[in-house]
Design a protein around this ligand. Structure first.
Ligand SMILES: [Zn+2]
Length: 145
């Protein structure tokens, strides 16, 4: 994890983040979150958190990744997350694993404050060290009795 100086992120990305955060459905937590992922093709996909009454809602990062995968893309170049306040709205554990599924060693995860100023940035390994990933399921890693 790297503490980042409070500097502006690309204005177009911030505008997309703020716009999608405004579409969040967060009546229970009152904590709207937006995410933007950029695939290796350069295409951008956004997502907002979507809560439901039984509390098993969908995170903004999961929404954005689902949109990317639904479009047929599989590799993340950048992940941006925006919360409603000044404190870092970092990806939850489940989302860290979800990001890992589609990340590369070059994937950069950036967390901005409510106004879009960069608060934190991480490589995938910084965000989820020693992560379990698809390669762990490769046949050579299986133990045969
Ligand atoms: Zn999450």
């Amino acid at each position: 994890m790297s503490e980042a100086p409070r500097q502006p992120v690309d204005a177009a990305i911030v505008a997309e983040l703020i716009a999608v955060r405004e579409h969040a459905y967060a009546p229970y937590s009152q904590h709207p979150v937006g995410a933007l992922v950029e695939s290796d093709s350069g295409a951008r996909y956004v997502g907002a958190n979507v809560e439901v009454a039984h509390y098993k809602g969908l995170c903004a990062e999961a929404s954005a990744i689902a949109a990317m995968v639904s479009a047929g893309e599989r590799r993340l170049r950048h992940v941006y997350v925006i919360g409603p306040g000044e404190r870092p709205c970092t990806p939850c554990g489940d989302c860290r694993q979800r990001i890992r599924e589609f990340a590369t060693a070059e994937t950069l995860i950036q967390v901005v404050d409510a106004g879009g100023r960069l608060l934190r940035h991480y490589t995938m390994d910084e965000l989820l060290p020693d992560a379990f990933g698809p390669e762990n399921l490769a046949p050579e890693h299986l133990v045969t009795p």
